[in-house]
Design a protein around this ligand. Structure first.
Ligand code: ATP
Length: 435
């Protein structure tokens, strides 16, 4: 087994063992390309989404949130170009019948599994098709959205008419997207059901370049917020001819995953492609009138697109650490406190000493007032075991209440996850220490 594969296996196994992420429908043998988040995974993922919303929506005056339906009128996908062209090249092995994405193969003639001959390349549309209502005909066709973006374009006029924002402004949305990937792989990296955090930012056509640069900076700022190593995030300028049909400029932000350098996020200059396309098919005017310049035009759009699950995987890959502490080998998650499921865990030194348990419960309740659900209480097993458990789930600090705490009012011990160093801290200074 290659080293990178071994690391991925260790991350996947930690995720299952500690309740972060499970295989989708596992008791039925799974469903390829689906993953279920467990209790700790949900906490990590919710932290990511809340942090994103805070950076890109709550702390800005120029962003508006929307939460559009996953099912949309099929015309939305005709106008966007997805019905005609949202496809990947597919090849099938004539011998073992396995199917592959042709652009991911080194040898497009030979099956990588059985060595058999591969058939001709076909285009495979990746949208999940369904029917809405009791009749199954052409008119009832709909799709599970393959991106959240179109839910924002079709609501452009609603937001303009209801809130009257002035250009430039953005619409932001977090939600599920679905793609019938030919070959889901690499854990959360390429799945069939995933989540996106997207922004459609509308500008005057003359101003697209500075907005594009602004979002390049924002993406880097964001990756620092979530604790990714800057040296692991790379920009890839996508050349003419390789970009999506709607884009005049695209930068992919790639990340050094254990299985290689792969796309984490995309930033695209979508021009006025989408608003014009929707105006064309819906016959609804999606232009903007500038009261100051008396100019009417279709705004141009810059789209930063963030995959939630690729973010979670990048965070886990960067955080997974093996080292030696106190002569013992350990593996743990060196998560940023911004995203860690728990900021702090509180322990009574001994489970069967009511005086310790009572004080620990008191400290726990105080910390919860500040950190809410991000405080854990653990009295199970010896202290060493509890430290290892918290290290593995990435809790930055552990607070232990011992006899000196209650008998001498000598504060508590605070242990640092990364260094293992313990220090005595007065209870009143705890919040500052944990920060
Ligand atoms: P790729 O080339 O890897 O298939 P893409 O260029 O098609 O990705 P976009 O259409 O730009 O991806 O989607 C925007 C973002 O959504 C991606 O940057 C990624 O974070 C996320 N994403 C796309 N497809 C998947 C998937 N199958 N599983 C998980 N996340 C995905």
């Amino acid at each position: 087994m290659k080293k990178e594969e071994a690391v991925m296996e260790k991350i996947i196994s930690l995720c299952k063992r500690r309740g972060f992420i499970f295989q989708g429908s596992e008791i039925y043998g799974g469903l390829a390309g689906t993953w279920d988040y467990g209790p700790l995974g949900v906490m990590l993922k919710n932290n990511v989404k809340a942090l994103w919303w805070k950076r890109f929506v709550d702390t800005r005056d120029d962003m508006y949130g929307v939460d559009a339906a996953i099912l949309m009128n099929q015309n939305a996908w005709k106008a966007s170009g997805h019905v005609a062209g949202f496809s990947d090249p597919l090849v099938e092995c004539e011998k073992c019948k396995k199917r592959f994405r042709a652009d991911h193969l080194e040898d497009k003639k030979k099956c990588p599994e059985c060595g058999g001959k591969l058939g001709a390349e076909k285009q495979f549309n990746m949208m999940f098709k369904t029917n809405v209502g009791a009749t199954h005909d052409e008119n009832s066709i709909s799709y599970l959205r393959p991106e959240t973006a179109q839910g924002m374009f079709v609501n452009f006029k609603n937001v303009i008419d209801s809130l009257h924002p002035k250009l430039p402004f953005g619409l932001a949305q977090i939600g599920k997207a679905f793609r019938n990937e030919i070959a889901p792989r690499d854990f959360l990296f390429r799945s069939r059901e995933f989540e996106q955090m997207e922004i459609e930012y509308f500008v005057h056509p003359d101003n697209w370049k500075e907005t594009f640069e602004h979002f390049v900076g924002q993406v880097h700022g964001w990756t620092k917020d979530i604790g990714l190593e800057s040296a692991h995030v790379h920009e890839l300028e996508i050349p003419d001819g390789d970009r999506a049909h709607y884009s005049k400029r695209t930068i992919d932000f790639e990340f050094d995953y254990p299985f290689g350098k792969k796309e984490l996020y995309g930033l695209a200059y979508r021009t006025d492609f989408d608003l014009k396309a929707h105006t064309g098919l819906s016959k609804v005017d999606l232009t903007y009138y500038d009261e100051d310049t008396k100019e009417r035009f279709a705004p141009h759009c810059i789209e930063p697109s963030f995959g939630v699950d690729r973010t979670v995987l990048a965070i886990l890959s960067d955080a997974y650490t093996e080292d030696e502490l106190g002569g013992e080998v350990r593996s743990y998650l060196k998560l940023s406190p911004n995203v860690a499921p728990y900021r702090v865990a509180v322990f009574p030194l001994l489970k069967n000493k009511p005086v310790l348990v009572e004080k620990a419960r008191e400290v726990y309740a105080e910390l919860k007032k500040v950190f809410g659900a991000k405080v854990a209480f653990d009295d199970n097993g010896n202290i060493g075991k509890r430290y290892r458990r918290q290290d593995e789930i990435g809790t930055p600090y552990c607070v232990t209440i011992d006899f000196d705490t209650v008998e001498k009012d000598a504060g508590v011990t605070v242990r640092n996850r990364d260094t293992g160093v313990q220090e005595r801290v007065a209870v009143k200074d705890l919040v500052n220490k944990i920060g």
